[in-house]
Design a protein around this ligand. Structure first.
Ligand SMILES: Cc1cc2nc3c(=O)[nH]c(=O)nc-3n(C[C@H](O)[C@H](O)[C@H](O)COP(=O)(O)O)c2cc1C
Length: 357
């Protein structure tokens, strides 16, 4: 199936401008999601052998280790088909409190010889209200095939010192639809966003969201939503230590490592396109960050490893470095829609059943 995609489908898609091709992919997945019998058949076809026990992390159960990373399904339209494509979880967004158009196009660029992408999308999305309305018409928590994460970011117009309020507005509108929530403080395309990784700023943000989450849990029938933090690969080890200190202080449920990089290794040193680099050139650094976090926390903090997974060995490497789950985005562009199923099968013996964080 992967060869069919690479030989027949990909050349056609790659003739289209990147974001248009992406739009076709999202549209195809959305259409598939509306065809329940086909989804069930594909899901059964991709199911792992019965001996593969599900993975448990932050109170959720994942049928396999491979998830769809944030940024692919920004508007929450395609995710109902994710299980049919072999994913074990899916993360939508980034969603911001306010609808926003993102940066001018073109803003997504492929580098096929390097299996990489540079993007400067800038959180184009329909905003928390529109996304919440769409999620309300789709399967709700408890009735889903696989866990759904919602990735939250800061609206571009919100000042950095009011970021917590802005995230809080999205949290209040979307928490009820999330199996887990991600605070994205690491996209490189919203000016100043990464400064929320600084200890003081991060503390303010986590205090606000953590408090709101506790309030939710205390309401009749309320439920605390697992909260994860998505970080950049460009943090130094001392900066990672500082982030881990705040993560522990606020008892966050996990970390997603990593987002795209502003570094320009090797060939990319000569590439002038602004934005975050993903895919193969990110692989090594992302794994290094996962390994560092896993070592520093003695393996007790659930880590979702993401960055540059373009083959089964790449997924295995992240799990071996200490990740409990992995996610992919750029690999999907180069390997096609059934890439997740291929990865999940390949790493089945590396799953750590019964992982409790
Ligand atoms: C076009 C594009 C858009 C992205 N948008 C988001 C986003 O909105 N929020 C986010 O947290 N990460 C976003 N990402 C980052 C991915 O989720 C992932 O962390 C990163 O690309 C590294 O993984 P990969 O090498 O498998 O692509 C985006 C990545 C790409 C390529």
């Amino acid at each position: 199936m992967g060869r069919f995609y690479e030989k027949i489908v990909r050349p056609g898609l790659f003739r289209l401008e990147s974001e248009r091709a992406h739009g076709w992919g999202v549209a195809a997945m959305t259409a598939l999601g509306r065809c329940a019998p086909l989804c069930r058949a594909l899901e059964a076809w991709h199911r792992l052998p019965a001996a593969a026990r599900p993975i448990e992390a932050f109170g959720l159960r994942f049928p396999n280790a491979v998830g769809l990373a944030a940024g692919f399904d920004k508007h929450a339209s395609a995710w109902p088909a994710a299980a049919a494509l072999g994913f074990g979880h899916v993360e939508i967004g980034t969603v911001t409190a306010l609808a926003q158009p993102g940066n001018p196009r073109p803003r997504m660029f492929r580098y096929p010889a390097h299996e990489a992408v540079i993007n400067r999308m800038g959180f184009n999305n329909e905003g928390a209200e529109a996304v919440a309305r769409r999620l309300a018409r789709q399967p709700l928590p408890g009735r889903r095939r696989i866990p759904l994460g919602i990735n939250l970011g800061k609206s571009k117009v919100a000042d950095l010192d009011r970021a917590a309020e802005d995230y809080l507005a999205s949290f209040r509108r979307l928490a009820e639809y999330a199996d887990y929530l991600v605070l994205n403080v690491s996209s490189p395309n919203t000016p100043g966003l990464r400064r929320l990784q600084d200890e003081g700023q991060l503390r303010q943000l986590l205090a606000a969201i953590g408090g709101a989450n506790r309030e939710r849990a205390a309401m009749p029938g309320g439920r605390r939503v697992p909260l994860l933090l998505k970080i950049a690969p460009d943090l130094t080890f001392p900066q990672l230590d500082a982030v881990l200190g705040v993560v522990a202080e606020f008892a966050l449920d996990g970390v997603i490592a990593t987002n795209t990089t502003l570094a320009r290794p090797g060939f990319f040193a000569g590439v002038r396109e602004a934005g975050g680099l993903s895919g193969a050139p990110l692989r090594r650094r992302a794994t290094e960050v996962v390994a560092y976090l896993a070592r520093a926390t003695g393996g007790r903090l659930p880590i979702i490893g993401v960055g540059g997974i373009t083959d089964p060995a790449g997924a295995a490497e992240k799990l071996d470095a200490g990740a409990v789950l992995v996610q992919v985005y750029t690999g999907l562009v180069y390997r096609g829609p059934f890439f997740a199923a291929e990865l999940a099968r390949a790493v089945v013996d590396r799953q750590r059943p019964g992982y409790t964080g």
